[in-house]
Design a protein around this ligand. Sequence first.
Ligand SMILES: *Cc1c(COP(=O)(O)O)cnc(C)c1O
Length: 327
Amino acid sequence: MSISDFSIDRVSAAKRRISGIARKTPLLNSPSLSTRTGSQIFLKLENLQLTGAFKLRGAANKLLSLSDEQRARGVITVSSGNHGRAVAHVARKLGVEATICVPKTVPENKIRAIQALGAELLVVGEDADAAMVYADDLSAERQMTMVHPFDDLTVIAGQGTIGLELMEEKPDLDTVIVPLSGGGLMSGIAYAVNAIKPDIHVVGVSMERGPAMVESLKAGRVVEIIEEPTLADALAGGLNKDNRYTLPMVQQYVDETVLVSEDEIAKGILYCLKEEHMVVEGGGAVGISALLSEKVKKLGENVAVVLSGGNIPMQVLKEIIAGGDGA
Ligand SMILES: *Cc1c(COP(=O)(O)O)cnc(C)c1O
């Protein structure tokens, strides 16, 4: 399959397909961020998605699109945590066997959540790229379908359903801010909102520590990065070397990228807690971080910020609260 086969109809079909599994999440105006920025800011609450992150959408679309024979053989994936949990959740619902490969860097809370869903969990490799090599081999050996965390058009169509929900609920959006790692979330959303409103401004946000997609955009090809520990663990990891879809889609549909520091990520998480009364993980809070640090160059009048997940370890949350000003 090539990118030219992708269409807004595939995203619409995904929306119908996953409606029994994934939640339509709320889009809420944030008075405090609106006052601060002078724009109307709306938060898309994927931290309230089942399994705690948007990844359920892509996983559901992929597994529901498999043939009976593929379902019978089972699925395999590699994940920094949230994707594995989503695949395990959908696999259990559909009675499909799932094998989830995670690198050693995945936090304990995400590992436990995957195991609780009954999937086979293999901790393999020092980082996400090493785990992917292992999973690819195992997928061929066991003839299980690989559910790629981002570079798969069916997964991308699932994530794109967020873009459809945004434009249906708020047709006058002119800016969308999205966390950016492998780019499955971004490719789906950016494609969908551009299809509906070609002049919309799309902003991707990554962390300064190992921003694989942003480095690859600069170089015009996949660049390997060294994975570093970050509060935005869900954004860590590289692009796959043979990237087929997300790099070209991000190149085509994303207008601006922003990098945020660890301190800015912590401030974003704390802001969500204090002002929005919401638990958001580091990778989910980077859009807020970008707004608070005033790093977004072009902010329109009506801005959606995707809060992509809420699976933060309690220990990390405790440390961030302890590091705040206590007010
Ligand atoms: C996976 C993930 C992302 C990044 O998604 P990509 O498709 O890899 O860009 C962002 N936030 C959270 C919470 C995630 O789990």
